[in-house]
Write a protein that binds this ligand. Structure first.
Ligand SMILES: Cc1ncc(COP(=O)(O)O)c(C=O)c1O
Length: 486
């Protein structure tokens, strides 16, 4: 039985007794950062728009003619179409890696749309380019870099692409090595870049296996090792200190893919191994971090950082029709993409003004709340004989198998529970894991397959901490429903 009572009372919503937790209406967040595009905060936009317009008040009047009736009709149509979605903004959505942007990010993005700045050249977005440089410098500083080269981009894929491209320019024809649990993008990007890719095995906790890595390095021709700090499927943190130690013996670049996990360097409640890895990120040659994952930003907002600003030379290109407005650095000169949304930079900059990247600050506490919520879920699953949670989450992803006689039956049960939970408005995810990562949890008596489909929860909203009792209750009911199925 999944029991909300196994959770410490201090973690439960204020003023609500355990016995009373039966209606959603009773659950109130005490967090104060309800991450929806709410009607109240929207009213701020008008005030900010008027302030922005004052900067252009000397211009002759110009108001685009709008067909408000037509706009209303199609917007309502769009609103209706958009109902066909999982409720990503709601705490009962605990499935994929989808985190609602902070309201201030949404508002800042909308505000910037007055100008729709393009951060390619300074004349496309002077203010937003400066804001991008400042925001990116803050991200670099979070990892201890006072100097760097970097910029925002479309997301983790694009950011990793630039990092691996620079690596290829520095080490032509040498291979990229990443763990079997690294994001699929690395193998694909290596193929796009025309360089070999080596998949390194993982240990039972889904982290890069060091012996396997050393064997790969000893075989030669490895130009870059990708250490993932927060794997996509299970949130595992590769052993970066040991990877860095191997760099003393074998000559390779270290690229840290912290697209999902990077902000966790600010959290005060990491386990010792994850802490040790995050403490060494600054020794990597390049880093990827996605503000559109844990940085409370709308899509598309990724970021690539290089330790050595001199790699900017690889970006050099001739563009006779841009870069004429200023001798200062235009971001297009150090980015592979040409047009890029200045609004992303404005949203990120504004969010960091409100929630600075400080250990112990409100932003860091939000991440710590996610970790606590993940711990609560893991603990509850662990105390329930029907489930076999994998290792405790290093960040905030929790994975569990459903106990069964065989691996294939376990997968089938997980699929049924996933569907039954969705019917109870509890949205989880599914992910397939190899036997090596499952054996310690002993979910099955007989292995008739080498992998099992598991339930997966990305516990990425601070509100999940207060909603965990409700989540567990719905999981319980969903499992009873599943049990009644043939
Ligand atoms: C570790 C990691 N790297 C890269 C990516 C790709 O990022 P994006 O989806 O922003 O392209 C992801 C996405 O989940 C990820 O988790």
């Amino acid at each position: 039985m999944l029991d909300a009572r196994c959770l410490p009372l201090t973690r439960l919503p204020r003023g609500v007794e355990v016995a009373e937790r039966h209606s959603l209406a009773r659950i109130e967040t005490t967090w104060g950062l309800l991450m929806t595009f709410d009607h109240e905060s929207l009213s701020l936009l008008g005030e900010c728009l008027r302030s922005l317009e004052q900067g252009f008040g000397h211009l002759p009047d110009f108001a685009p003619r709008l067909d408000l009736d037509g706009m209303r009709t199609v917007l309502l149509e769009a609103a209706e179409r958009m109902r066909d979605n999982y409720p990503h903004h709601h705490p009962l959505y605990i499935g994929q890696m989808l985190k609602p942007p902070h309201p201030v990010a949404r508002l800042a993005y909308a505000l910037a749309m007055v100008l729709n700045p393009n951060n390619h050249a300074l004349d496309g977005g002077r203010a937003s380019s400066m804001m991008e440089k400042e925001a990116v410098a803050q991200l670099a500083r979070m990892f201890g870099w006072e100097t760097h080269l970097g910029h925002l981009c479309g997301g983790g894929t694009m950011a990793n692409f630039e990092a691996l491209w620079v690596a290829r320019e520095l080490r032509p024809a040498q291979a990229v090595a990443a763990s079997a649990q690294a994001h699929y993008t690395h193998a694909r990007l290596a193929a796009v870049l025309g360089i070999p890719f080596r998949k390194v095995g993982v240990d039972p906790r889904g982290r890069m296996d060091l012996q396997a890595l050393e064997e790969t390095l000893a075989a030669g021709q490895i130009g870059t090792v990708v250490a993932t700090l927060g794997t996509t499927a299970a949130g595992a943190v590769d052993p970066l200190p040991e990877v860095l130690a191997l760099r003393d013996h074998y000559d390779f670049r270290v690229h840290v893919d912290a697209a999902y996990g990077g902000y966790y360097t600010l959290a005060g409640n990491l386990g010792p191994e994850a802490r040790a890895a995050f403490d060494r990120v600054g020794e990597a040659d390049s880093i990827v971090i996605d503000p559109h994952k844990h940085g409370l930003q709308p899509y598309s907002c990724g970021c690539v950082l290089f330790r050595d600003p001199a790699v900017g030379r690889f970006y050099r290109h001739d563009s006779p029709y841009t870069y004429f407005s200023s001798a200062e650095l235009h971001l297009g000169e150090i980015s592979l993409e040409c047009s890029r949304p200045g609004a992303s930079a404005v949203a990120l900059w504004t969010t960091m003004r409100l929630l600075p990247l400080e250990p112990g600050g409100a932003f860091a506490r939000g991440l710590e709340a996610c970790r606590e919520a993940a711990g609560m879920l893991h603990q509850a699953l662990n105390q329930d004989g029907r489930f076999a949670p994998l290792f405790p989450s290093e960040l905030d992803i929790v994975v569990w198998a459903v106990r069964a006689e065989t691996a294939s039956e376990s997968s089938a049960r997980a699929r049924r529970l996933f569907a039954a939970a969705a019917e109870r408005d509890l949205h989880l995810a599914l992910a397939t894991f190899p036997r090596i990562m499952l054996e310690a949890a002993a979910p099955v008596a007989r292995w008739d397959a080498d992998e099992i489909v598991c339930l997966r929860a990305c516990v990425m909203k601070p509100e999940h901490r207060e909603w965990m009792p409700e989540i567990l209750k719905r999981l319980e009911v969903a499992d009873e429903d599943r049990g009644r199925e043939p």
